[in-house]
Design a protein around this ligand. Structure first.
Ligand code: CMP
Length: 140
């Protein structure tokens, strides 16, 4: 089925100047960028986005990292977009990510892991709504 998923290129990958290389991978896999925005997240933005992880030990480090520099946020659309995007990203921990994945190639650590992607269709809908009003998503 045609799905949408939320992608964030994190501060480490923006700082490395690899937004274009990561976009090429999305396009090469048939994922279309239907919304995009560069922004510096506030702490409230980052805490709200990652609210599901609030009780985890890594939450403060995660929020500190996500507000440390600009991020590039986009909505990707395509066949099985959620899983296709997760396959492109590779495992959360770059040490465990398969060769040729975005995290294997561009990430330094589990915190500075280059990209975020929604982990399911329902999460994707919530995450997209968190960052993009419907009128700023351009499917056609
Ligand atoms: P992301 O897909 O953005 O979702 C939550 C983030 O928390 C994750 O990528 C990692 O960058 C970060 N993180 C740090 N430690 C852990 C951990 N032990 N398990 C999962 N995520 C972690």
């Amino acid at each position: 089925a045609i799905e949408r998923t939320l992608s964030i290129i994190k501060p480490d990958a923006v700082a490395k100047n690899v937004i274009g290389q990561i976009y090429s991978r999305f396009e090469g896999a048939g994922l279309k960028i239907v919304a995009a925005r560069m922004t510096l997240l506030s702490r409230a933005d980052a805490e709200g986005f990652y609210a599901a992880h609030k009780e985890r030990g890594f939450f403060k480090d995660l929020v500190d990292f996500m507000v440390s520099g600009p991020v590039m946020i986009q909505v990707l659309e395509g066949e099985n977009a959620v899983l296709a995007h997760r396959d492109l990203m590779g495992a959360t921990d770059p040490k465990k990510a398969e060769k040729g994945t975005i995290r294997a190639d561009f990430a330094d650590s589990i915190d500075a892991n280059a990209v975020h992607g929604s982990d399911g269709v329902e999460a994707a809908a919530n995450e997209i709504a968190y960052f993009f009003p419907a009128l700023n998503v351009y499917s056609r």
